[in-house]
Design a protein. Sequence first.
Length: 388
Amino acid sequence: MTDFESIRPYEDREVPEVVARLVRDPSLVHAAAIFSTPRLASWAPALARWLAARVLEQRTREVTTISDVQNFLNGYMERLVADTIEELSVTGLDSLTTDGSYLYISNHRDIFMDTGLLNYVIYHAGHQTARSAVGDNLLTEKYAADLMRLNKSFVIERSVTGTRAVYRSLSRTSDYIRHSLETNHSVWIAQRDGRAKDGFDRTEPALLKMVALAHRKQASSFAELVHRVPIVPVSISYELDPCDLQKAHELAFIKRWGEYHKAANEDLMSIVQGMTNYKGRVHLHFSAPMTGSYEDAESLALGIDAQIISGLEVFPTQAWAARELGLEDVPATSDWLPKVKSAFEARLKGLPPAERLELLNGYGNLIRNRQQLGLNAQATVPIAEPVS
Protein backbone atom coordinates (compact mmCIF):
# COMPACT_ATOMS: atom_id res chain seq x y z
CA MET A 1 0.00 0.00 0.00
CA THR A 2 1.39 3.37 -1.01
CA ASP A 3 1.86 5.89 1.81
CA PHE A 4 -0.65 8.68 1.17
CA GLU A 5 -0.15 10.57 4.46
CA SER A 6 1.50 13.59 2.83
CA ILE A 7 -1.18 14.13 0.19
CA ARG A 8 -4.51 12.74 1.43
CA PRO A 9 -7.52 14.76 2.67
CA TYR A 10 -8.27 14.84 6.37
CA GLU A 11 -10.33 12.07 7.92
CA ASP A 12 -13.22 12.25 10.39
CA ARG A 13 -10.97 11.64 13.39
CA GLU A 14 -8.93 14.76 12.55
CA VAL A 15 -11.80 17.18 11.98
CA PRO A 16 -12.37 18.55 15.53
CA GLU A 17 -8.70 19.46 16.03
CA VAL A 18 -8.35 21.06 12.57
CA VAL A 19 -11.60 23.06 12.91
CA ALA A 20 -10.52 24.34 16.34
CA ARG A 21 -7.20 25.44 14.84
CA LEU A 22 -8.91 27.17 11.92
CA VAL A 23 -11.35 29.27 13.91
CA ARG A 24 -8.37 30.71 15.82
CA ASP A 25 -6.32 31.47 12.72
CA PRO A 26 -5.98 35.29 12.28
CA SER A 27 -5.71 35.09 8.48
CA LEU A 28 -8.87 33.01 8.14
CA VAL A 29 -10.77 35.21 10.57
CA HIS A 30 -9.71 38.28 8.57
CA ALA A 31 -10.85 36.66 5.32
CA ALA A 32 -14.17 35.64 6.91
CA ALA A 33 -14.73 39.21 8.10
CA ILE A 34 -14.22 40.60 4.60
CA PHE A 35 -16.48 37.95 3.10
CA SER A 36 -19.33 38.21 5.62
CA THR A 37 -19.29 41.94 6.49
CA PRO A 38 -17.27 43.80 3.83
CA ARG A 39 -18.49 47.29 4.80
CA LEU A 40 -17.84 46.78 8.50
CA ALA A 41 -14.42 45.29 7.69
CA SER A 42 -13.48 48.45 5.80
CA TRP A 43 -14.29 51.01 8.53
CA ALA A 44 -14.04 48.91 11.72
CA PRO A 45 -11.77 45.96 10.90
CA ALA A 46 -11.11 44.95 14.50
CA LEU A 47 -14.82 44.75 15.26
CA ALA A 48 -15.48 42.86 12.02
CA ARG A 49 -12.79 40.31 12.90
CA TRP A 50 -14.17 39.88 16.42
CA LEU A 51 -17.68 39.27 15.07
CA ALA A 52 -16.38 36.87 12.39
CA ALA A 53 -14.48 34.87 15.00
CA ARG A 54 -17.58 34.55 17.20
CA VAL A 55 -19.72 33.48 14.24
CA LEU A 56 -17.15 30.90 13.12
CA GLU A 57 -16.94 29.45 16.61
CA GLN A 58 -20.73 29.22 16.93
CA ARG A 59 -21.36 27.71 13.50
CA THR A 60 -18.61 25.10 13.72
CA ARG A 61 -19.47 23.71 17.16
CA GLU A 62 -21.29 20.75 15.67
CA VAL A 63 -18.78 20.20 12.83
CA THR A 64 -17.07 16.95 13.80
CA THR A 65 -16.94 14.91 10.56
CA ILE A 66 -16.07 15.45 6.89
CA SER A 67 -19.77 15.13 6.10
CA ASP A 68 -20.45 17.97 8.55
CA VAL A 69 -17.81 20.05 6.78
CA GLN A 70 -19.45 19.40 3.42
CA ASN A 71 -22.87 20.43 4.76
CA PHE A 72 -21.36 23.54 6.35
CA LEU A 73 -19.59 24.60 3.16
CA ASN A 74 -22.68 23.90 1.07
CA GLY A 75 -24.39 26.76 2.86
CA TYR A 76 -21.62 29.14 1.80
CA MET A 77 -21.71 27.82 -1.75
CA GLU A 78 -25.45 28.48 -1.86
CA ARG A 79 -24.75 32.08 -0.91
CA LEU A 80 -21.97 32.43 -3.51
CA VAL A 81 -24.25 31.02 -6.21
CA ALA A 82 -27.10 33.33 -5.20
CA ASP A 83 -24.89 36.42 -4.96
CA THR A 84 -22.56 36.02 -7.94
CA ILE A 85 -24.33 33.83 -10.53
CA GLU A 86 -27.34 34.89 -12.56
CA GLU A 87 -28.31 31.32 -13.45
CA LEU A 88 -26.56 28.01 -12.76
CA SER A 89 -27.60 25.16 -15.06
CA VAL A 90 -26.45 21.62 -15.78
CA THR A 91 -26.83 18.95 -18.47
CA GLY A 92 -25.66 15.35 -18.77
CA LEU A 93 -25.49 14.51 -15.08
CA ASP A 94 -28.52 12.25 -15.33
CA SER A 95 -26.43 9.79 -17.39
CA LEU A 96 -24.22 9.07 -14.34
CA THR A 97 -25.28 6.84 -11.46
CA THR A 98 -25.33 8.26 -7.94
CA ASP A 99 -23.56 5.19 -6.55
CA GLY A 100 -20.70 5.17 -9.08
CA SER A 101 -17.22 6.64 -8.78
CA TYR A 102 -15.82 8.73 -11.64
CA LEU A 103 -12.66 10.54 -12.63
CA TYR A 104 -13.98 13.96 -13.57
CA ILE A 105 -11.60 15.83 -15.88
CA SER A 106 -12.67 19.40 -16.60
CA ASN A 107 -11.42 22.55 -18.20
CA HIS A 108 -9.81 24.88 -15.67
CA ARG A 109 -10.80 28.54 -15.49
CA ASP A 110 -11.04 29.29 -11.76
CA ILE A 111 -8.89 28.00 -8.89
CA PHE A 112 -11.74 27.31 -6.47
CA MET A 113 -15.05 27.71 -8.29
CA ASP A 114 -14.43 24.99 -10.92
CA THR A 115 -14.34 22.19 -8.39
CA GLY A 116 -16.59 24.08 -5.99
CA LEU A 117 -19.41 24.32 -8.54
CA LEU A 118 -18.91 20.74 -9.72
CA ASN A 119 -19.24 19.43 -6.18
CA TYR A 120 -22.18 21.74 -5.48
CA VAL A 121 -24.02 20.44 -8.54
CA ILE A 122 -23.38 16.74 -7.93
CA TYR A 123 -24.13 17.12 -4.21
CA HIS A 124 -27.59 18.49 -5.00
CA ALA A 125 -28.14 15.68 -7.51
CA GLY A 126 -27.56 13.02 -4.85
CA HIS A 127 -23.95 12.12 -5.68
CA GLN A 128 -21.09 12.02 -3.21
CA THR A 129 -18.80 15.01 -3.61
CA ALA A 130 -15.49 14.30 -5.32
CA ARG A 131 -12.00 14.37 -3.91
CA SER A 132 -10.28 17.27 -5.65
CA ALA A 133 -6.68 17.67 -6.76
CA VAL A 134 -4.95 20.88 -5.64
CA GLY A 135 -1.37 21.96 -6.27
CA ASP A 136 0.88 22.47 -3.26
CA ASN A 137 1.68 25.95 -4.61
CA LEU A 138 -1.74 26.98 -3.25
CA LEU A 139 -1.08 25.56 0.21
CA THR A 140 1.76 27.75 1.44
CA GLU A 141 -0.50 29.12 4.18
CA LYS A 142 -1.34 26.58 6.87
CA TYR A 143 -4.98 27.65 7.07
CA ALA A 144 -5.36 27.29 3.28
CA ALA A 145 -3.97 23.75 3.45
CA ASP A 146 -6.31 22.93 6.34
CA LEU A 147 -9.35 24.27 4.50
CA MET A 148 -8.55 22.40 1.31
CA ARG A 149 -7.85 19.09 3.04
CA LEU A 150 -11.02 19.41 5.14
CA ASN A 151 -12.89 19.88 1.87
CA LYS A 152 -11.74 16.50 0.49
CA SER A 153 -8.79 17.92 -1.46
CA PHE A 154 -5.62 15.93 -2.00
CA VAL A 155 -2.24 17.46 -2.77
CA ILE A 156 -0.42 17.48 -6.11
CA GLU A 157 3.26 17.86 -5.20
CA ARG A 158 4.44 20.36 -7.80
CA SER A 159 7.34 21.69 -5.74
CA VAL A 160 9.41 18.47 -5.72
CA THR A 161 12.61 18.45 -7.76
CA GLY A 162 14.86 15.73 -9.13
CA THR A 163 13.91 12.97 -11.55
CA ARG A 164 13.43 10.24 -8.94
CA ALA A 165 11.50 12.46 -6.53
CA VAL A 166 9.20 13.67 -9.31
CA TYR A 167 8.52 10.11 -10.45
CA ARG A 168 7.73 9.01 -6.88
CA SER A 169 5.39 11.95 -6.50
CA LEU A 170 3.58 11.22 -9.78
CA SER A 171 3.28 7.54 -8.86
CA ARG A 172 1.89 8.40 -5.43
CA THR A 173 -0.72 10.71 -6.98
CA SER A 174 -1.68 8.08 -9.55
CA ASP A 175 -1.95 5.40 -6.85
CA TYR A 176 -4.13 7.68 -4.76
CA ILE A 177 -6.50 8.38 -7.64
CA ARG A 178 -6.81 4.65 -8.31
CA HIS A 179 -7.27 3.89 -4.61
CA SER A 180 -10.01 6.54 -4.38
CA LEU A 181 -11.93 5.24 -7.40
CA GLU A 182 -11.65 1.63 -6.23
CA THR A 183 -13.01 2.57 -2.79
CA ASN A 184 -16.00 4.34 -4.40
CA HIS A 185 -14.73 7.92 -4.14
CA SER A 186 -14.96 10.09 -7.23
CA VAL A 187 -12.03 12.35 -8.11
CA TRP A 188 -11.82 15.73 -9.85
CA ILE A 189 -8.70 16.92 -11.61
CA ALA A 190 -8.15 19.77 -14.04
CA GLN A 191 -7.18 18.91 -17.62
CA ARG A 192 -3.88 20.77 -17.21
CA ASP A 193 -1.61 22.41 -14.64
CA GLY A 194 -2.86 25.91 -13.98
CA ARG A 195 -5.81 27.78 -15.41
CA ALA A 196 -6.34 28.29 -19.15
CA LYS A 197 -5.79 32.01 -18.84
CA ASP A 198 -6.03 32.52 -22.61
CA GLY A 199 -9.35 30.67 -22.80
CA PHE A 200 -7.78 27.89 -24.86
CA ASP A 201 -8.83 24.67 -23.13
CA ARG A 202 -6.70 21.63 -23.99
CA THR A 203 -5.92 18.45 -22.03
CA GLU A 204 -2.28 17.87 -21.16
CA PRO A 205 -1.24 14.33 -22.26
CA ALA A 206 1.21 14.19 -19.34
CA LEU A 207 -1.79 14.25 -16.98
CA LEU A 208 -3.16 11.09 -18.60
CA LYS A 209 0.25 9.42 -18.47
CA MET A 210 0.29 10.16 -14.74
CA VAL A 211 -3.16 8.60 -14.28
CA ALA A 212 -1.96 5.53 -16.21
CA LEU A 213 1.03 4.91 -13.91
CA ALA A 214 -1.06 3.09 -11.29
CA HIS A 215 -2.52 0.79 -13.97
CA ARG A 216 0.65 0.01 -15.92
CA LYS A 217 0.66 -3.65 -14.83
CA GLN A 218 -2.97 -4.26 -15.82
CA ALA A 219 -3.44 -1.84 -18.72
CA SER A 220 -0.81 -2.04 -21.46
CA SER A 221 -2.57 0.53 -23.66
CA PHE A 222 -4.67 3.64 -23.26
CA ALA A 223 -7.61 1.76 -24.75
CA GLU A 224 -7.41 -0.59 -21.74
CA LEU A 225 -6.99 2.37 -19.41
CA VAL A 226 -10.26 3.89 -20.66
CA HIS A 227 -11.93 0.54 -20.04
CA ARG A 228 -10.62 0.42 -16.46
CA VAL A 229 -10.97 4.08 -15.44
CA PRO A 230 -14.38 5.83 -15.79
CA ILE A 231 -13.18 9.16 -17.23
CA VAL A 232 -15.97 11.77 -17.37
CA PRO A 233 -15.12 14.99 -19.26
CA VAL A 234 -16.80 18.02 -17.69
CA SER A 235 -17.32 21.38 -19.40
CA ILE A 236 -17.55 24.44 -17.12
CA SER A 237 -18.75 27.62 -18.86
CA TYR A 238 -18.65 31.10 -17.32
CA GLU A 239 -20.44 33.95 -19.07
CA LEU A 240 -18.10 36.32 -17.25
CA ASP A 241 -14.70 35.11 -16.05
CA PRO A 242 -14.37 36.54 -12.53
CA CYS A 243 -10.59 36.92 -12.90
CA ASP A 244 -10.43 37.97 -16.57
CA LEU A 245 -8.77 41.35 -15.99
CA GLN A 246 -5.97 39.81 -13.91
CA LYS A 247 -5.39 37.09 -16.50
CA ALA A 248 -5.29 39.62 -19.34
CA HIS A 249 -2.78 41.76 -17.45
CA GLU A 250 -0.52 38.77 -16.75
CA LEU A 251 -0.58 37.51 -20.35
CA ALA A 252 0.11 40.96 -21.80
CA PHE A 253 2.95 41.42 -19.31
CA ILE A 254 4.52 38.10 -20.33
CA LYS A 255 4.29 38.95 -24.03
CA ARG A 256 6.06 42.25 -23.42
CA TRP A 257 8.64 41.29 -20.81
CA GLY A 258 8.99 37.51 -21.24
CA GLU A 259 8.02 36.47 -17.71
CA TYR A 260 5.70 37.35 -14.86
CA HIS A 261 6.39 36.94 -11.15
CA LYS A 262 3.34 36.67 -8.93
CA ALA A 263 3.07 38.88 -5.90
CA ALA A 264 2.82 37.31 -2.46
CA ASN A 265 -0.61 35.73 -1.91
CA GLU A 266 -1.65 36.52 -5.51
CA ASP A 267 -3.15 33.04 -5.94
CA LEU A 268 -5.08 33.51 -2.71
CA MET A 269 -6.42 36.83 -3.97
CA SER A 270 -7.46 35.10 -7.21
CA ILE A 271 -9.38 32.53 -5.16
CA VAL A 272 -11.24 35.31 -3.32
CA GLN A 273 -12.00 37.20 -6.55
CA GLY A 274 -13.13 34.00 -8.25
CA MET A 275 -15.53 33.35 -5.41
CA THR A 276 -16.95 36.83 -4.93
CA ASN A 277 -16.92 38.49 -8.40
CA TYR A 278 -20.02 38.45 -10.62
CA LYS A 279 -20.13 35.62 -13.21
CA GLY A 280 -23.38 36.08 -15.11
CA ARG A 281 -24.68 32.68 -16.22
CA VAL A 282 -22.73 29.49 -15.52
CA HIS A 283 -23.31 26.10 -17.15
CA LEU A 284 -21.87 22.66 -16.40
CA HIS A 285 -22.10 19.79 -18.87
CA PHE A 286 -21.17 16.21 -17.93
CA SER A 287 -20.25 13.96 -20.84
CA ALA A 288 -20.79 10.22 -20.68
CA PRO A 289 -17.74 8.21 -19.52
CA MET A 290 -15.12 7.92 -22.25
CA THR A 291 -15.21 4.88 -24.53
CA GLY A 292 -13.28 3.89 -27.62
CA SER A 293 -9.81 2.80 -28.61
CA TYR A 294 -6.92 5.23 -28.11
CA GLU A 295 -3.36 4.48 -29.15
CA ASP A 296 -1.63 6.86 -26.78
CA ALA A 297 -2.07 9.71 -24.32
CA GLU A 298 -2.13 12.27 -27.12
CA SER A 299 -5.08 10.67 -28.91
CA LEU A 300 -6.98 10.24 -25.64
CA ALA A 301 -6.31 13.89 -24.79
CA LEU A 302 -7.83 14.92 -28.13
CA GLY A 303 -10.85 12.72 -27.45
CA ILE A 304 -11.37 14.38 -24.06
CA ASP A 305 -10.88 17.81 -25.63
CA ALA A 306 -13.59 17.12 -28.20
CA GLN A 307 -16.03 16.27 -25.40
CA ILE A 308 -15.12 19.26 -23.22
CA ILE A 309 -15.06 21.85 -26.00
CA SER A 310 -18.30 20.69 -27.62
CA GLY A 311 -19.94 20.78 -24.18
CA LEU A 312 -18.99 24.40 -23.46
CA GLU A 313 -21.84 26.89 -23.70
CA VAL A 314 -21.30 29.87 -26.01
CA PHE A 315 -22.58 32.97 -24.25
CA PRO A 316 -22.90 36.45 -25.79
CA THR A 317 -19.54 37.41 -24.25
CA GLN A 318 -17.69 34.67 -26.15
CA ALA A 319 -19.56 35.28 -29.41
CA TRP A 320 -18.99 39.05 -29.34
CA ALA A 321 -15.29 38.63 -28.52
CA ALA A 322 -14.85 36.10 -31.34
CA ARG A 323 -16.35 38.52 -33.85
CA GLU A 324 -14.12 41.31 -32.56
CA LEU A 325 -11.14 39.00 -33.17
CA GLY A 326 -12.27 38.52 -36.76
CA LEU A 327 -13.41 34.91 -36.45
CA GLU A 328 -16.10 33.60 -38.78
CA ASP A 329 -18.93 31.09 -38.31
CA VAL A 330 -19.61 32.34 -34.80
CA PRO A 331 -22.72 30.62 -33.39
CA ALA A 332 -25.86 32.48 -32.46
CA THR A 333 -26.41 32.80 -28.73
CA SER A 334 -29.05 33.76 -26.23
CA ASP A 335 -29.69 37.48 -25.75
CA TRP A 336 -27.44 39.68 -23.67
CA LEU A 337 -28.47 40.10 -20.06
CA PRO A 338 -28.35 43.85 -19.33
CA LYS A 339 -26.26 43.37 -16.17
CA VAL A 340 -23.77 41.14 -18.01
CA LYS A 341 -23.47 43.54 -20.94
CA SER A 342 -22.85 46.45 -18.60
CA ALA A 343 -20.22 44.52 -16.65
CA PHE A 344 -18.47 43.34 -19.82
CA GLU A 345 -18.38 46.84 -21.31
CA ALA A 346 -16.96 48.17 -18.05
CA ARG A 347 -14.14 45.60 -18.23
CA LEU A 348 -13.15 46.73 -21.73
CA LYS A 349 -13.38 50.45 -21.06
CA GLY A 350 -9.96 52.04 -20.69
CA LEU A 351 -7.99 48.80 -21.02
CA PRO A 352 -4.57 49.18 -22.68
CA PRO A 353 -4.67 47.69 -26.23
CA ALA A 354 -2.44 44.72 -25.33
CA GLU A 355 -4.60 43.77 -22.34
CA ARG A 356 -7.79 44.32 -24.32
CA LEU A 357 -6.56 41.82 -26.91
CA GLU A 358 -5.75 39.24 -24.22
CA LEU A 359 -9.15 39.71 -22.60
CA LEU A 360 -10.89 39.20 -25.95
CA ASN A 361 -8.81 36.07 -26.55
CA GLY A 362 -9.84 34.75 -23.15
CA TYR A 363 -13.45 34.79 -24.31
CA GLY A 364 -13.19 34.29 -28.09
CA ASN A 365 -10.69 31.43 -28.10
CA LEU A 366 -13.52 29.00 -27.34
CA ILE A 367 -14.67 29.49 -30.96
CA ARG A 368 -11.11 29.24 -32.30
CA ASN A 369 -10.57 26.05 -30.30
CA ARG A 370 -13.72 24.47 -31.76
CA GLN A 371 -12.61 25.32 -35.26
CA GLN A 372 -9.11 23.89 -34.75
CA LEU A 373 -10.57 20.65 -33.40
CA GLY A 374 -12.88 20.38 -36.42
CA LEU A 375 -15.99 20.72 -34.28
CA ASN A 376 -19.17 22.31 -35.55
CA ALA A 377 -18.91 25.89 -34.34
CA GLN A 378 -22.69 26.18 -34.37
CA ALA A 379 -23.22 23.21 -32.03
CA THR A 380 -24.07 24.16 -28.47
CA VAL A 381 -25.36 22.15 -25.56
CA PRO A 382 -28.92 23.19 -24.71
CA ILE A 383 -29.34 24.94 -21.39
CA ALA A 384 -31.21 22.83 -18.87
CA GLU A 385 -33.46 23.96 -16.09
CA PRO A 386 -31.56 26.00 -13.47
CA VAL A 387 -30.15 24.20 -10.45
CA SER A 388 -32.46 24.70 -7.51
